[in-house]
Design a protein around this ligand. Structure first.
Ligand code: NAD
Ligand code: LMR
Length: 324
């Protein structure tokens, strides 16, 4: 069977240390699909990269046909079917994700151009490196020959955090929680929406107290990344790798019936959100194509929060306009 070519950037970093092994074990595409890993790292990380590849070989994964290691994005992205753009500086304690724009934005301009030259025309590109939404916009604008719908920024980690927290609060299995939505930026201004969510088929807000939703749940999801950094001393890694796998599985195989995923995609003006920013919407996926969930009622409470996070994304876009 023809192997699937999967490019991962930042391959010697902490997210990749979980992600690569799970992809090679078949957790992304299933047990019937051989894969080739095409790994991009900077020269300075060559030794760590060699050690990681030794470990990949030492697992003797039956599905892993080949591992390519390079510091040239054109080589890493050549004929890639699926691309994980992870490689970027993470924030430390006390920083906001947008403080990383200056350090990371250039990476996504270079890699957008390389994707434009080298990746398959229908490659699916997931942007994980922060600030993920604006980095995704930079990659899109630098890859004019690829369809913008083939790029998405990762807000699946926020989505999974919200599912987990709501399920724990309601004391139900996570599989009983559906239709959570993360709107906007993967940042402190994101809006984790329970207004449309369901628990065991009932409206979530009939199962939780409004005060808990507004004063506990929303701030906890918004600040979860900072909390992990405060406690671990480093940013989330295993949960981020898991979210990257989940996002890509939804994109390739579809979202479960009656449920939604959250993805940062180029706004088409849905729900009155400005076009030309990468904004997280609730989506469903069928046959490899996402659709923004349409027809949701947006009350004043939701609108206010959706606008705050939109405004932040417009400001970030202004800050990187030289790269667009
Ligand atoms: P890390 O520092 O452990 O690894 C990053 C790796 O990227 C390093 O090995 C570095 O050498 C490499 N790198 C830097 N520039 C590169 C380039 N131009 N090409 C290829 N590789 C390059 O960081 P990490 O913990 O793995 O996190 C990676 C990024 O993901 C960070 O920006 C982090 O903030 C972000 N992140 C996003 C989410 C999300 O939900 N969207 C979640 C967690 C982390
Ligand atoms: C997260 O949400 O855990 C990541 O974006 C890392 C961070 O900087 O918070």
């Amino acid at each position: 069977m023809k192997p699937v070519r999967i490019a991962v950037t930042g391959a010697a970093g902490q997210i990749s240390y979980s992600l690569l092994f799970r992809i090679a074990a078949g957790e992304l595409l299933g047990p019937g699909k051989p894969v080739i890993l095409q790994l991009l790292e900077i020269k300075e990380m060559a030794e760590v990269m060699t050690g990681t590849v030794m470990e990949l070989h030492d697992c003797a994964f039956p599905l892993l046909q080949d591992v390519v290691v390079t510091d040239d994005p054109d080589v890493a992205f050549r004929d890639a079917d699926l691309v994980f753009l992870v490689g970027a500086k993470p924030r430390g304690p006390g920083m906001a994700r947008k403080d990383l724009l200056a350090a990371n934005a250039g990476i996504f301009a270079t890699q957008g151009k390389a994707l434009n030259h080298s990746a398959k025309r229908d490659a699916k590109v997931l942007i994980v490196g922060n600030p993920a939404n604006s980095n995704a916009l930079i990659a899109i604008r630098n890859a004019p020959d690829l369809e913008s719908r083939n790029f998405a920024a990762m807000t699946c980690l926020d989505h999974n955090r919200a599912v987990g927290m709501l399920a724990r609060h309601c004391q139900v299995p996570v599989t009983d929680v559906q239709r959570i939505a993360i709107w906007g930026n993967h940042s402190l201004t994101q809006f984790p929406d329970l207004v449309h969510a369901r628990v065991q088929g009932e409206p979530a807000l009939e199962r939780v107290d409004w005060d808990w939703y507004v004063k506990t749940f929303i701030p906890a999801i918004e600040q979860r990344g900072s909390e992990v950094i405060r406690l671990r001393g480093r940013s989330s890694a295993a949960s981020a790798a898991h979210a990257a796998l989940t996002h890509m599985r939804h994109w390739v195989f579809g979202t479960p019936p009656d449920d939604w995923a959250s993805m940062g995609v180029l706004s088409d003006g849905s729900y009155g959100i400005s076009e030309g920013i990468v904004y997280s919407f609730p989506v469903t996926v069928e046959e490899g194509r996402w659709q923004i969930v349409s027809g949701l009622e947006i009350d004043d409470f939701c609108r206010e929060r959706m606008t705050v996070t939109e405004k932040e994304l417009l400001e970030e876009r202004e800050a990187v306009k030289a790269l667009l």
